[in-house]
Write a protein that binds this ligand. Structure first.
Ligand code: DCP
Ligand code: MG
Length: 406
């Protein structure tokens, strides 16, 4: 190993710790001032978009499958002996009670493939889904004041300024987006419009598939009337079961209990959170950072590279690109991670973190080079090099509010 190319050994680095939140309402991140509303000037107009039966719809398009034939995407069912799970399925398969995350053996029991039954089972093609997702996200982000991709098939849009706070214009915008997505990728999507993220997300389920549903600020309470507690994101199956054992299955029943009694039953944090949700006062903050855990870039060499100086140069370029992106998003990070994939695909990832979040390219170039120097296997050829900035934060001066749910 040539020391001359790793000049930056730095005692600043320390071992990285990963912190995960167990319950959604324990999660407190921060939001960039001015990126989205903090409830100051009346209700925000939030749109949630979720594609319908996403993986199944993409496969149906790609292969020209018939919509009426039950299609299950997931692990190999092995004629009912498969041990994996279902990723998703089309609506014809849902008619048999098949659902995401169900054991594929159970799906087979409900609706087997030929010659035992009409279903089709396929493994799925990740690349196809990413491509479709990118196109959809680009259509959505074009019209949003603030855009947040929440998963491969789901996004939040703050459109308050775009529609001038007009809820009819928001409805028209959602319908328009639905049409545009259909034209662009031939997929159907469902939209929810509401003053909070959580209600917008629930609203997008109401008229699924290919539906739009709007909940105006003064309709939030009524929206929760008779609604199953299980349908509220943030109430997991365990808590829902517990509440049902106490006799509470709908949101209005639980709300009527009042915050104090609910707190005695289910804890103060949960009670406060739940009341705010039903009052339409839960988070209305859309932020590109919120669903983003890290920013990363990778490079695969045309031919496996045994010149480590060249790999190092490429790594520095990746760091620059990542840090440019971070600065663009207004975030800084505490964790640097370097990924090295060798000939034959063996992959090694190493990370270090710094005590305070920063967005300075120089700092992360140093960290990356230390990580590379201490981890690269001498005389090995490198197939891929990658850099990731993690433990993202927004600088103190720009923090305005806390997140509570989801
Ligand atoms: N997915 C997965 N495993 C799960 C859940 C989902 O692989 N347990 C994948 C497949 C889905 C995609 O994520 O197509 C999006 O998830 P959704 O929950 O939005 O489910 P669908 O889009 O398939 O159906 P829906 O029409 O209910 O949104
Ligand atoms: Mg979906």
């Amino acid at each position: 190993m040539n020391e001359a190319i790793y000049p930056y050994a730095d005692p600043l680095v320390e071992l990285n710790l990963h912190i995960k939140f167990k319950h959604p309402w324990q999660c407190c991140s921060h939001v960039v001032d001015g990126l989205s509303g903090d409830g100051g000037d009346g209700p925000r107009v939030i749109i949630h978009c979720d594609l319908d039966a996403f993986f199944a719809a993409v496969e149906t398009l790609h292969h020209g499958f018939d919509d009426d034939v039950p299609l299950i995407i997931g692990s190999d069912p092995k004629q009912g002996r498969g041990r994996g799970i279902v990723s998703t399925c089309n609506y014809a398969a849902r008619a048999y009670g098949i659902r995401s995350a169900m054991p594929v053996s159970e799906a087979w029991r409900r609706c087997p493939a030929a010659p035992f039954g009409p279903a089709m089972y396929i493994r799925g093609t990740r690349g196809l889904y990413s491509r479709a997702s990118r196109k959809v996200m680009s259509v959505l982000s074009d019209v949003a004041d603030v855009f947040e991709k929440a998963s491969i098939d789901e996004a939040y849009l703050d459109v308050t300024e775009r529609v001038g706070g007009d809820w009819d214009a928001a409805l028209a915008l959602a319908t328009n987006l639905q049409q545009k997505i259909l034209e662009t990728v031939n997929l159907t999507a469902s939209f929810g419009i509401a003053p909070t993220r959580l209600v917008a997300k629930m609203a997008s389920e109401v008229n699924k598939p290919n539906g739009v549903f709007r909940v105006m600020p003064d309709e939030v309470h009524a929206f929760f009337d008779g609604r199953s507690l299980r349908d509220i994101p943030g109430i997991g199956p365990k808590r829902a079961t517990q509440l049902a054992e106490w006799g509470y299955t709908t949101a209005d029943e639980l709300y009527e209990l009042g915050e104090l009694s609910l707190a005695r039953l289910a804890g103060e944090r949960f009670a406060a959170w739940f009341m705010r949700v039903v009052d339409g006062e839960s988070s209305d903050v859309v932020s590109p950072l919120r669903s983003r855990k890290s920013i990363g870039k990778e490079h695969t060499f045309e031919r496996d590279q045994n010149d480590h100086e060249e790999v190092m140069r490429r790594l520095e370029q990746l760091v620059s690109l990542v840090m440019e992106r971070a600065v663009g998003l207004g975030v800084s990070g505490r964790l640097a991670e370097v990924k090295i994939r060798y000939t034959g695909f063996e992959t090694h990832t190493s990370g270090r973190s710094i005590p305070v979040a920063m967005d300075e390219e120089g700092v992360f170039k140093r960290l990356a080079s230390v990580l590379f120097a201490t981890n690269i296997r001498p005389d090995s050829s490198v197939r891929l090099i990658g850099f990731r900035l993690g433990q993202l934060e927004i600088p103190e001066s720009r923090q305005t509010t806390l997140f509570e749910e989801e």
